[in-house]
Design a protein around this ligand. Sequence first.
Ligand SMILES: Nc1ncnc2c1ncn2[C@@H]1O[C@H](COP(=O)(O)OP(=O)(O)OP(=O)(O)O)[C@@H](O)[C@H]1O
Ligand SMILES: [Mg+2]
Length: 231
Amino acid sequence: MLQVNEIETFYGETQALFGMSLEVRTAEVVALLGPNGAGKTTTLRSILGLSPPRRGQIAFDGQDITGMPTHRISRLGIGWVPDDRRVFPTLTGRRNLAIGARRTRFRSWSEEDMCEIFTALQHLLRRECENMSGGELQMVAISRALMGSPGMMLFDEPSQGLAPKIVQDVFKTVLRLKEEGVSSLLVEQNALAALEVADRAYVMDRGQIIHEGSARELLDNAPLRRRLIGM
Ligand SMILES: Nc1ncnc2c1ncn2[C@@H]1O[C@H](COP(=O)(O)OP(=O)(O)OP(=O)(O)O)[C@@H](O)[C@H]1O
Ligand SMILES: [Mg+2]
């Protein structure tokens, strides 16, 4: 579904990714872990064309998307839930969902589907986003991304700052998406929770992948886990 091959991404003259490669298969959940500044967000930005890599290739759904503008990449079916959620504050939940709505070759999701996944969303549709809590904004942000009919979702620290109940809902959603054939690339500080839902995991440090393996292996092998992610 997604192949990232040896990409090198820069901010001005500062290099942030050094030959980073990863793969996400259809209906697979992949965790991308690593310390602050490792390059996790930059990897997502590179995939989305927000920070296009200077070298290397990225392919999605059999197409080379390296250097493609972001709006075309998202229309191919890549959904993004950014770390700052980035909804339109003065618009209602409903308008935010409508703005994200696109058809792709992948499964489409309606407002009703989203209200079934997040029961609290119903009440948010008529409210303006500027008055919402972090958890409410996250539900809107995830729903908006799904309205774009993605084949793959990129989540950047989706559980950050959320109450435990909402964190649970977010991870349940990732599993529900998997059942529906949608892949997820999941960047998380909450590594143990991410590994519980992930099939495979990559660990990054200083712009490179330092480990790749099954999520189960990292969960079960405590010494390895402590060495790689310090928990
Ligand atoms: N806009 C930017 N301009 C310059 N350097 C940047 C910019 N954004 C990130 N960097 C640098 O790129 C490197 C990777 O940052 P990135 O945000 O991808 O890390 P991260 O793994 O997402 O970290 P965190 O866990 O803190 O979110 C860091 O050294 C960071 O300082
Ligand atoms: Mg980040």
